[in-house]
Design a binder for this molecule. Sequence first.
Ligand code: FMN
Length: 383
Amino acid sequence: MKRSDGRSGSQGIHRDPAGLGPTVSLYESAVFGALQLSNRVVMAPLTRTRADDDGVPTDVMVEYYRQRAGQGLIISEGTWPAAEGKSYPGQPGIVTPAQIEGWRSVTEAVHASGGTIVMQLMHGGRVSHPAISGEPRVVAPSALAAPGQTRTPAGKADLPVAHALTAEEIPLVVEQFAQAARNAIEAGFDGVEVHGANGYLVHEFLSPVSNIREDQYGGSPENRARFAIEVTGAVAAAVGAERTGIRLSPQHNIQGVLEEDDADVRDTYTAVAERLAPLGLAFVDVLNASPTGELVQHIRATLGAPLIVNSGFATPTSREEAEALVADGWADAVAAGRPVIANPDLVERWQSGAELNEPRPELFYGSTAEGYTDYPSLESVRA
Ligand SMILES: Cc1cc2nc3c(=O)[nH]c(=O)nc-3n(C[C@H](O)[C@H](O)[C@H](O)COP(=O)(O)O)c2cc1C
């Protein structure tokens, strides 16, 4: 496949493990495990910080997700399975009864509009701060700080040196993920996605730079893969593998979670994929600059689940890129982030070739409806 950006896909590798055939269109329906997708445009997980101070989803969040139910699958914003995992003010949780009830309003609105929605379970690990989480410590595989600062309600602050989870504490965190998954299903979600990407807790275990442990969770690629495998296994056991996916971002090199040795990266993600393959997951969602490249397609072939891809932050996902990735068989679906923020009816716009609204990044992490639920739909413009 020749791409306009000059990247070309690897030839001769196993594609299409889901048996969907190479001529499927982005706008065709799909079945990923227990999930029914009306099309293959997935709303990427997007932190938007509009929950209340108790991590409870607000009415404006209900409206935001309802507006976006036309995407074939919504993956919710990263949602914390434990207060220690809260990374940003305004980020929602899935721990308390009030949070479960709040999310129920979201899932009911999405379902009433014909959508399918899974929750991204995001434990921020060392990318957090006591002034944000209200907890005395931040946790990580090793006693290291993520580089840089974070914005707390009291102003900017350095990210703190983490408490290295002990081998005795790790099963408790794994269980927090499993309980959060049960809570998500109770709240009406169709499934869950383990956030194993972007420099947060699960990803921190995968990298030899953020994980310098010397026990069974550190050192070799297999050991560093163990936490991701245990979390995903526990979540799948709790709510069913057919309702469980995982997001991975190999070589994203973000938040000090560096993966710079190609051979080590391949071994680490091979270990993850080989051990998750027997579960029969609903999907694997990979963020990587080269979705058609050898590494992503190797993960797909090894894991054997339907593949959702996203080519990362460099440029917003375009219609041409998304259509080609699915039509040429490189992916079963494409996750779009910023285009869905700005265009609640993105599928309709892409399919009809309509003009797109421009995103307003300065309002991505706001706290009101502005820049959130006020992007016009085609219908409202034409009315
Ligand atoms: C405002 C914003 C918030 C994001 N929050 C999350 C998140 O909670 N979880 C996650 O896995 N990725 C998150 N991402 C990454 C997106 O899912 C996506 O990978 C990225 O935006 C690139 O896709 P795009 O070019 O279609 O926007 C976020 C991105 C943006 C712009």
